[in-house]
Write a protein that binds this ligand. Structure first.
Ligand SMILES: *Cc1c(COP(=O)(O)O)cnc(C)c1O
Length: 403
């Protein structure tokens, strides 16, 4: 086989379809978020980022940075090993305690990323619990899907946020079999939120465990930023709460929270935990500072929600097709991969605005979109400029207006 030709053909296919990905070469400027510098076509210029998952700007927060600097000076760069073989640093222990406190659980366990937390936890549960069946929301993130597949346990897929269908799926499983319902709180591409209480009611009726991915909610929802389950009063009902330190907390890493026995079980049997080097101690220190900061700064959450609501309102006023999000995420439908990329390129090249076009497989074909994530740091002037520029893009490219 001509291996190189195989690779090249696969890439050519993506280009034909208009969904070949080109990364924006960014240099974010601490202290100036959401402003950044981009290197593009041999030129350098300053832009405003409108699609970051550093939702609250914690990646430049002075308390986060101070904690990271202090830990670098104290402990150096890396952890030096897996958690079991010399890699556990006191900052890891402090971070796990902080996360257990955030979610009011007995314990928490950290991983290199949220993706690895999902993959490792779900695959370990499905592999180890005899005869376990997963019941999984059809829109679950790739990391949950991979974890479930990797476990080789049986799975059923329920229609997105459809509690009646979830009830039927659970009803079809033999009552004695162990079951786990896997879902998210905020779905990141549509910005909708699951009915956590109703899902818990049904799971409890059938004696199923619940696994809730709060990646797009931790730091941003609930009085202390523990997520939508905290906001809605259901946090104590979830078997496994999973989150990331990389989005609203602005650093990197993933975690689960739950009972001491559950966390100890994953710690002891989860290969993605056991065989991977612990996160750098400065990263753990920064993440802990960030979690603590957001626990105490509800006004940032209020400002965040206000910014998102304002952007949605302003785009709807000029008939830009904002999708029906109930969260901080502002998705705008384009519906075609080529036009979506053209809109993104036009905004970057002519208006110094960076919003990534989102295409398949992240979203379904025909629902390609621009996904805006206004942060507490986006000013009214930033928003004026964005709204005007989007109106021009819609005009110039003849994009579909709101119905
Ligand atoms: C981003 C994401 C993850 C993975 O988290 P990382 O910390 O970025 O690896 C997991 N679940 C969902 C829903 C996500 O969007």
């Amino acid at each position: 086989m001509d291996y190189q030709e195989f690779f090249e053909n696969k890439i050519a296919a993506l280009k034909t379809e208009g969904r070949y990905r080109i990364f924006a070469d960014l240099e974010r400027h601490a202290g100036a978020f959401p402003k950044a510098r981009v290197r593009r076509d041999g030129k350098i210029k300053d832009i405003t980022i409108w699609c970051s998952n550093d939702y609250m700007g914690m990646g430049q927060n002075p308390s986060t940075l101070a904690a990271m600097h202090e830990a670098i000076d104290l402990c150096g760069a890396g952890a030096g090993g897996t958690r079991n073989i010399s890699g556990t640093n006191h900052f890891h222990v402090l971070l796990e305690n902080e996360l257990a406190d955030l979610h009011r659980t007995e314990a928490a366990l950290i991983f290199g990323s949220g993706w690895v937390a999902n993959l490792t936890t779900l695959s370990t549960l499905g592999r180890m619990i005899p005869d376990c069946v997963f019941v999984s929301d059809e829109k679950n993130h790739n990391s949950m899907i991979e974890g479930i597949i990797h476990s080789r346990a049986e799975k059923k897929i329920f229609k997105h946020n459809d509690v009646a269908h979830l009830d039927r799926c659970l009803g079809e499983i033999e009552p004695d079999r162990p079951k786990l319902v896997a879902f998210e709180s905020v779905y990141s591409m549509d910005g909708d939120i699951s009915p956590i209480g109703e899902i818990c009611d049904i799971a409890e009726k059938y004696g199923a465990m619940t696994f809730l991915d709060e990646v797009h909610a931790v730091g941003m929802y609930g009085p202390t930023g523990a997520g939508v389950a905290e906001r809605d009063g259901h946090m104590h009902r979830i078997t496994v709460i999973q989150g990331t330190l990389a989005k609203a907390f602005g650093v990197v890493g993933g975690y689960i929270a739950g009972t001491a026995a559950m966390c100890d079980f994953i710690r002891s049997y989860g290969t993605g935990f056991i065989f991977s080097t612990a996160m750098p101690p400065p990263v753990a220190a920064a993440a802990r500072a960030s979690v603590r900061y957001l626990k105490e700064h509800n006004e940032l959450r209020e400002r965040h929600q206000e910014r998102a609501a304002t952007l949605k309102r302003r785009l709807r006023e000029i008939n830009i097709p904002v999708m029906p999000s109930v969260s901080h995420i502002v998705p705008v439908l384009v519906g075609d991969p080529v036009l979506c990329k053209q809109a993104s390129d036009f905004l970057m090249d002519s208006h110094d605005i960076y919003v990534q076009s989102i295409n398949y497989p992240t979203v379904a074909r025909g629902t390609e979109r621009l996904r805006f994530t206004p942060s507490p740091l986006h000013t009214d002037a930033d928003m004026d400029h964005l709204v005007e520029s989007l109106a021009k893009a819609w005009n110039r490219l003849g994009l579909k207006a709101a119905a």
